[in-house]
Design a protein around this ligand. Sequence first.
Ligand code: RIB
Length: 291
Amino acid sequence: MKILNIGSINIDYVYEVDNFVKSGETIPSNNFKVFLGGKGLNQSVALAQAGSQVFHAGNINIKDDNIKKELIKWNVNIDYIKEVDESTGHAIIQVNKNGENSIIIHGGANRAFESSQIDKILQNFNQGDILLLQNEINKIPEIIEKAANRGMRIFFNPAPMTKEVLNYPLSLVDYLIVNESEAKKLSKNNIDYDEIIYYLKNKYSNTSILLTLGEKGSIYFNKNEYLKCEAVKVKAVDTTAAGDTFIGYFISYLSKKKEIKDCLLIASKAASICVTKKGGAISIPKNTFII
Ligand code: RIB
């Protein structure tokens, strides 16, 4: 069983601020750093740090090929990373005093996937192999349909959540991984957790759903199962990539046939370590610090 992540690669420009900038305001930043990130790249790094072999398929600009060297250092396979003319994707991230973030992404190369490229990648993966996707690249519906035709197990994290997601072929997705705001938008803006769960369980009846709630923990459910896991309490300095860490670790341990409750617990511990460090991919811990 192989794990393929077709996902974004971003350069993160991170500004530490007292409070997020408001409309019409100009504010000074207390600190500025550049990190490697992107929900796709972060989730591949989390899978690798959790001990899984992961193939990351993504696009970067020709002049940023140092990103490939970094990924190799993290033990992420780069056979399916393509160099393109578009600029590498980037993110402008504000991190406030509570460690919370506010992010703008610019797709660039992440949105330059072509159908022929997707066919070439997918022909190397088959029945039972895992495909992980986020919503920072183009051609997601096509990728889901083609991967489902090959019998791959599809994990989809619809982040960032856009209105287009509602028209994606989500019934072909085996695992949907959402945070609170994504879950609300997917369930016609239901506010109450019970209503959200009821709606999603019935609407996506062949899908298992993992709802991540930050410091309130996580909930895993499908038509037959319901499991809740508490979050590990820590002082957050930067929550960037915490969700990505959770997802990578959850999938890694699920693929190693661990029970769901253990996957949730390990993922939760990994995410709790991530938030105590600054940055995206660089803050994702190795599993030796967790188990
Ligand atoms: O989930 C965190 C990531 O979201 C950042 O690394 C940034 O690049 C955005 O994609």
